[in-house]
Design a protein. Structure first.
Length: 387
């Protein structure tokens, strides 16, 4: 199989050794998936399974939706929920897992804060539910198979694609926090603190280059597309959020152009400033299993700083609508904290080539077909008898 890394034309900068191979994490995911699926009754299994080419697989948007697919935590018994959390942890580091369970717990705080002003009353518990997270499985989870699984709900969207039981992708990986912070629950607080510290280290000239627009987007500039195109514009609003909108002029200024990202180039930063950008970027990588996070860190450090860009929009102080993004030749991270006066944060980490396993899947299907050859070899006679 040809790695996407090897497709880079001769003479262009090649990132570091990102192979997407993560055998330990993949093995843990497979066995935890089997354990959970084996614990489900027939109806639950019917809800949990979808084909690999299901359109639901590419809908990773984490806003509340009435048509979620999969089996929810609240539909599981105590033992099944334990297995489900074991599976969730298999896709995350302990740092990432603690962020995830903190986000889930924040739903309790949000429910109490919204019950009166939004008029939810007795139904608030159904709308803001710490167990309102759905587990879905795509394809056939088995040895040498290509499959995927996802955990999704309000402010959590974790998508995993396993190709040939050898390669793993973990993006798009999105999280949110509302309120921000929620008392002692502050799952994204360290990211925010470091981002403002980074902005504060830049002198006036560098800061003016990094500041691409005085208005922050309502949500991610790249929205929730399945694969980032050559150019992406943010939406006017964040769906379901009233009171914050941007103009077409704002959208144009905030757009993400893959070949020429706006902001300050890494080559313009000092060594200390570039280290801070890397530290912030690595906070996102470090949410996933170490064997894959290490590959992303190494690939980023091996890349020419000219391929890195840091951009900021909106306010430059906490408790104001603000946004930042970091892009490299391989990844994009976005953090938006614009609505509710900087008290409602969304973050996402994207792989420009392999969100939802895109390039790796294309290579795999080209060489092995959509279902692989190994199962057919096990069932077909090498030399069938003539009739």
């Amino acid at each position: 199989m040809v790695s996407p890394i090897d497709r880079i034309p001769e003479g262009q900068d090649k990132p570091g050794p990102l192979t997407y191979e993560a055998p330990t994490a993949i093995r843990q995911m497979l066995f935890a998936t089997w354990a959970l699926l084996n614990s489900l009754d027939h109806g639950q299994r019917q809800q949990a399974f979808l084909p690999m080419d299901s359109e639901q697989r590419i809908d990773w948007d984490f806003i509340p939706k009435p048509d979620r697919c999969g089996v929810s935590l609240f539909a599981l018994d105590r033992h099944q929920r334990t297995i489900a959390h074991t599976l969730l942890k298999s896709g995350l580091s302990i740092h990432g897992y603690s962020q995830a369970v903190s986000i889930m717990a924040t739903e309790n705080v949000l429910r109490e804060l919204e019950a009166v002003p939004r008029g939810f009353g007795a139904i608030a518990g159904d709308f803001r539910d710490p167990e309102g997270y759905w587990f879905s499985f795509f394809g056939r989870p088995g040895f040498e198979d290509t499959w995927g699984w996802r955990v999704i709900g309000h402010h959590i969207s974790f998508s995993y694609t396993i190709i040939g039981q050898r390669y793993l992708t973990v993006t798009p990986l999105a999280m949110g926090a509302q309120p921000f912070p929620a008392g002692v629950l502050n799952p994204l607080g360290r990211n925010e603190e470091l981002a403002f510290r980074l902005l504060g280290t830049l002198d006036e000239g560098k800061r003016s280059t990094a500041l691409i627009h005085p208005v922050a987007p309502a949500d991610f500039a790249t929205r929730q597309v399945a694969r980032i195109g050559a150019e992406e514009w943010p939406d006017h609003v964040d769906l379901g959020i009233v009171g914050y909108s941007i103009t077409d002029e704002d959208r144009e200024a905030l757009r993400f152009v893959k070949s020429a990202p706006s902001g300050i180039n890494g080559a313009e930063l000092s060594r200390a400033e570039l280290d801070l950008v890397h530290e912030l970027l690595f906070r996102y990588f470090d949410t996933v299993p170490e064997e894959l996070a290490a590959q992303y860190r190494d690939a980023t450090l091996a890349e020419d700083p000219e391929r890195l860009t840091f951009a900021w929009a909106g306010g430059t102080e906490p408790d104001s609508p603000h946004y930042y993004r970091i892009s490299t030749g391989r990844v994009l991270v976005e953090s938006d904290n614009a609505v509710a006066r900087g008290q409602h944060m969304h973050v996402v980490w994207r792989d420009l080539d392999n969100d939802l396993g895109h390039d790796l899947l294309l290579d795999h299907y080209e060489h092995h077909g959509h279902h692989g050859a190994h199962l057919r070899r096990r069932l077909d006679s090498t030399r069938p008898e003539s009739s």
